[in-house]
Design a protein around this ligand. Structure first.
Ligand code: WT7
Length: 631
């Protein structure tokens, strides 16, 4: 790829170029792709109104660029390696040619089932090849995919299906995760009781468990695919046509359907994949994330395939059948780039080092992390034991909203400073803001992290709610994109992300809003009110601490804690369960009735030192009670 940055001078030159001649910079990168029609204007954006237009007037198709574009040169090369949950089950290697056939068949099937450009299709699938194929088939026909992580409960699934009025759901009979089998189809059936918009359900068979099939609505996927044709011409998409919706949590109970569009997302994910992982031809790349999250969209499917890479899809979990599973896979496929989350690193670092040392990891060239700040200890363990002190670590900072990596070291170019995401990629201009909305220009400073200029893969809107999009990201600092994160810039201008500054808590790398969890708890008939805060946790990074006030006269029965967690599991999913629950007679509130989370956060962290002035609270006496009852 001609856009590969190889040296520090290269980076400096590209960065300067990207800032001074933005249009020219992106045009040169975009030339690598196939366009059915060229753009008339490179971009036209307005940060205040959150209007983003990139490659205006151009027509392309990202699925075509991921697959068809490579068929002449590398058609026989493996595109996707599927590694099943159980190590004894055989891996599947899918070449670019085979992927093309599978995606064309699926595209034709979708069309047959009445799905067309602009229709929304919900994908609720395990990490099996059908998931990647469905994503690419939707993109190929211009249907908007909404991948919903297959660990979400039926209620959370229904809310997401309805929010985007999905016409179809693609799911599986069940999924394997470690030693568990999850009844995905049963969860879908329950969700669909509340989803009149869904006309059809396609069911992949993975666990071969008995499922209920509703007449004229539910169809097994395999026999239909068998009959479908392998000829399909990719739909010519406008540059700004929506590509997908992906939900993320926010500070209200309603999940935000972040909308990404076609051309800008394509150019940016391809560019960043290539540079951040220093991907070279024939490398084997593995990102351990699930395609249910943005990491999987951008850096398992789109980014790697756009670069003609070989990308591994892993169905299982890090600890099954034993904590050596990741390293076994690295050895098995001679993985060159390995990308995972700090929470996985921390949990594996707790295990015997024999699980690592048993395997040959010498194929590794670059190792990466994403999802939350990585602590120094985990960074050092990763560096020493996995990277053997020779592989650069790329600590990649980005968000569902940003579409791709914005701040990250580049291998062998950026300095290796533990816990620092270091430098912005070309085209990205981070700034730190003070409380008054002024840019902090000096180094060695901390502030709220904003991005100054638009970049191609910025989310275009929140599905159905552009006003909320503007309010959430473009109002706190007008003219800037506000990330919701705090950051530090050191003496050399390198960035370290310190964490969220809003009501979002990152647990095991998953972005959880406090509001939906509180809503779930408050549905318990005995609960009057609740507040969730995060507290530091060895493995998860943060864990959830719930302060719960019961209704007058309600009994603090022993099973209440498990009932509350069961409710959370049911409404959101097990990932949002609370580690600690404390019952209190009230929550500290301001005179205007706002819960003072700052105080609760300190108590949950075990820091009783300085609560600031609590005399202005409506109910200062409750603070003492909560302190004494801390779990
Ligand atoms: C939030 C976004 C981006 C894919 C996975 C998460 C935190 C992400 C880092 C990092 C420190 C990080 C931020 C961000 N985060 N990567 N390298 N260092 N924090 O996507 O669920 O949209 O969450 O994850 O707080 O805002 P997401």
């Amino acid at each position: 790829m001609s856009y590969h940055i190889r040296t520090k001078e290269d980076y400096d030159k590209n960065y300067l170029h990207s800032v001074e001649r933005k249009n020219q910079f992106w045009e040169e990168i975009a030339k690598e792709f196939t366009w059915f029609q060229p753009w008339k204007k490179l971009m036209d954006c307005n940060m205040r109104e959150a209007k983003f237009n990139w490659f205006q007037g151009a027509k392309t198709n990202i699925s075509f660029n991921c697959i068809d574009r490579h068929l002449n040169s590398i058609g026989d090369q493996t595109a996707i390696i599927f590694e099943p949950n159980l190590p004894s089950e055989k891996a599947i290697h899918i070449s670019y040619n085979e992927l093309h056939q599978k995606v064309c068949k699926m595209a034709n099937l979708l069309i047959d089932m009445g799905i067309g450009k602009g229709d929304r299709v919900a994908l609720y699938l395990p990490m099996i090849p059908e998931l990647a194929v469905s994503v690419l088939a939707c993109a190929r026909i211009g249907a908007i995919h909404s991948v919903i992580f297959a660990g979400f409960s039926s209620g959370a699934l229904a809310a997401r299906i309805n929010d985007a009025s999905c016409k179809m759901v693609i799911t599986a009979d069940g999924s394997f995760r470690g030693n568990k089998t999850i009844d995905l189809k049963g969860i879908v059936d329950e969700a669909l009781l509340e989803c009149p918009c869904v006309e059809s359900v396609l069911v992949a068979e993975r666990t071969m468990t008995q499922v209920r099939m509703k007449n004229n609505r539910d169809f097994f996927l395999a026999p239909l695919l068998e009959k479908a044709s392998t000829n399909h011409e990719a739909v010519k998409m406008d540059a700004e046509d929506p590509l997908f919706i992906l939900y993320t949590s926010g500070s209200t109970g309603k999940p935000k359907g972040m909308v990404h569009s076609t051309a800008g997302y394509m150019v940016y994910t391809a560019y960043t994949f290539n540079n951040v992982f220093a991907y070279e031809k024939n490398d084997i790349y593995w990102c351990t994330a699930d395609i249910g999250w943005i990491t999987g969209h951008s850096y398992i499917v789109y980014g790697p395939l756009l670069n003609g890479a070989t990308t591994i899809m892993f169905e299982g979990v890090p600890s099954y059948p034993n904590p050596g599973r990741f390293w076994e896979i690295v050895e098995k496929f001679k993985v060159n780039q390995f990308y995972t989350a700090p929470t996985a690193i921390r949990s594996l670092a707790k295990e015997s080092i024999d699980y690592v040392n048993k395997y040959d990891l010498s194929s590794l060239k670059v190792i990466g992390t994403v999802g939350e700040p990585i602590n120094e200890e985990a960074w050092q363990w990763y560096h020493k034991n996995i990277g053997k002190e020779k592989c650069p670590i790329v600590d990649t900072w980005w968000q569902t909203e940003t579409g791709g990596i914005l701040i990250s070291p580049l291998p062998h170019i950026s300095p290796q400073i533990p816990t620092f995401a270091t430098n912005p990629l070309p085209g990205i201009e981070p700034v730190l803001m003070d409380e008054n909305g002024l840019e902090l220009n000096e180094n060695n400073t901390v502030g709220k992290l904003c991005i100054k200029e638009p970049w191609p893969s910025i989310a275009r809107t929140i599905w159905g709610d552009h006003k909320r999009y503007i309010e959430t990201y473009f109002s706190a600092f007008p003219g800037y994109y506000f990330t919701g994160d705090g950051a530090k810039r050191n003496d050399n201008g390198m960035y370290r992300i310190t964490g969220r500054v809003d009501d979002v808590i990152i647990v095991s790398g998953h972005n959880l809003g406090t509001a939906p969890i509180e809503d779930a708890i408050n549905e318990h008939p005995n609960v009057a009110e609740s507040a969730i805060v995060g507290f530091p946790h060895d493995i998860k990074g943060n864990a959830l601490y719930g302060f719960v006030t019961l209704k007058e006269g309600a009994e603090k029965a022993v099973q209440l804690e498990s009932e509350i967690n069961a409710l959370i599991s049911e409404k959101i999913g097990p990932i949002a369960k609370l580690d600690r629950i404390q019952f209190t007679s009230g929550l500290p509130k301001t005179r205007s009735g706002k819960i003072m989370r700052r105080i609760l956060r300190k108590i949950a962290e075990g820091d009783f030192s300085n609560f600031g002035d609590i005399s202005t609270l409506l109910n200062p006496e409750v603070v003492e009670e909560i302190k004494n009852g801390k779990k």
